[in-house]
Design a protein around this ligand. Sequence first.
Ligand code: G6P
Length: 616
Amino acid sequence: MCGIVGYIGNEQAAPILLDGLAKLEYRGYDSSGIAVRDNNEDTVVIKAKGKLSELAEKTDNGSAVKGCCGIGHTRWATHGAPSETNAHPHVSNDRSVIAVHNGIIENHTEIREKLLRQGYVFRTQTDTEAVVNLIDYYYKKYNIGPIDAIAKTMVRVRGSYALAIMFSDYPGEIYVARKDSPLIVGITENAAYTASDVPAILNRTRQVYYIGNLEMGRLTAGNVEFYNLDGDLIEKELTTIDWDAAAAEKGGYEHFMLKEIHEQPKAVRDTLHAYLKENGKGNTVNLEKTGISEEEIRACSQLYIVACGSASHVGYTAQYIIEDMCRIPVRVEMASEFRYRRPPLVRDGLVVIISQSGETADSLAALRHAKEEGLKTLAIVNVIGSTIAREADYVMYTYAGPEIAVATTKAYSCQLIACYLLAIAFGKARGLVTEECVSEYLEELETLPDKIARILEDKERIQWFASKFANAQDAFFIGRGIDYAVCMEGSLKMKEVSYVHTEAYAAGELKHGTISLIEKGTLVIGVLTQSEIYEKTLSNMVEVKSRGGYLMGLTMSGNFNLEETADFTVFVPKTDELFAASLAVIPLQLLGYYIAVARGQDVDKPRNLAKSVTVE
Ligand code: G6P
């Protein structure tokens, strides 16, 4: 994780770096630091433990630091505890080389030992310090330029990295390099920027280069040159970012999470409309822009959905829908397990990777493994140009726009829509869903944005309920089928932002152990949107109630008898049961959010978490 920024131009660098880091705090926030150089003066390095506000305070929002060239970092600790010493930037022994790093250097101990033998000393516990000194070592030993010294280092280290580097001999220049961790370069007439992600520089420029794997860059004011590992200059394509900068600001909401919850009607509509096509008789699903053909869909005999966190919960929901609608076996795998378990994969299977960031290390490794095994890969990704999007054979973008809160909401909802569309397209291509059914499904999907908006209008009721349960110790979410998949997401939402211990259980499984945890007043949330299994889940709720549990029921309008069993009932508008997850998840997102607010937690940046998990 960790966030990187760099700036070289004719303005004061530190405020720009701090501003950029503020947009990257979702990547990590246990310490931060900047290194800034004022022409030929020595470079100042300032660091602070804790949130970025500590660094801002130390530097008077950057205005106390002179100089127009600098790099900055916000950290999510991997090697070495969060502390001022371990915070980046890190300096080589004689300060010739200063760098910030995102990623993990797997052979840092070996490199440390090598450098210790050469007389280097180490002052931190970080893997980054080994890289900084290794660059310095090659730079001096072979008397070579920065690009060659960085290239030699890239060949020697194992692991993942995005690096922004300053050399004391080269004032007015910033060097960048990457492997597997994201890094972009932004450019204007008078300045150049680097950052881990687009929002960090969006209010400065929209002209962006994506640095490829094992590539390097040399930034000067208004210019950038790119190099390959041989040190040869390479050409790269400039991309214009067309995101709305305001979309990355809070826009009057108290938290990004609440803002993003409210953006769901639009995000869902945008994602849906991106893949619809009028065919004379109505709408049909059009996957042309993903690159996958109807023949390939028809030939596919098995789907593997691989993802992490909330994205994997989308996968579990999709499994129920696709298996039901298309009769294709679907396996859902957590990417961190899939990559090492090495399951036998059928050749004509399709691996679907779901990822908001498109940078999650485990999901990326799973994608590469699938490709090595000769399978085709389709990525459902939100961040345009991200590594997973670039490496997958087919890409189905979601149109959630930038998501800032660490806990995902709108990206999750868009991923669900993408999966519904895939299901319909597979069903149709395989002759299991008629054209008429396609139109009906799509008509129903068109109603979802307004239905989500209606649920949001009633959010105060959830807020009231959340305030009653703000002191809860535990909460259990139970449901069957698609409802169980929704429970997984509702449970994760609540625990990650409010720190209340929660668990999601398949309702029928509760009695095999977990029910022993139910005592008087334990909050149990039952999700019941599926009519075929409604009575079954209801019975499981009754079992909980007779053991003292306090019941919240979540169902579709019309199922009013739930009120007889549940102590508090939430109704969502009626929809096709296959798509019910899109509505049922909304009250659960709100519940997690409002409980966290009532408990005074830092909703957008929960402790120990990071939005983009670029380490295993
Ligand atoms: C992190 C985030 C989760 C997210 C997961 C997968 O843990 O906090 O919200 O679901 O990573 O991220 P991805 O970007 O691959 O969807």
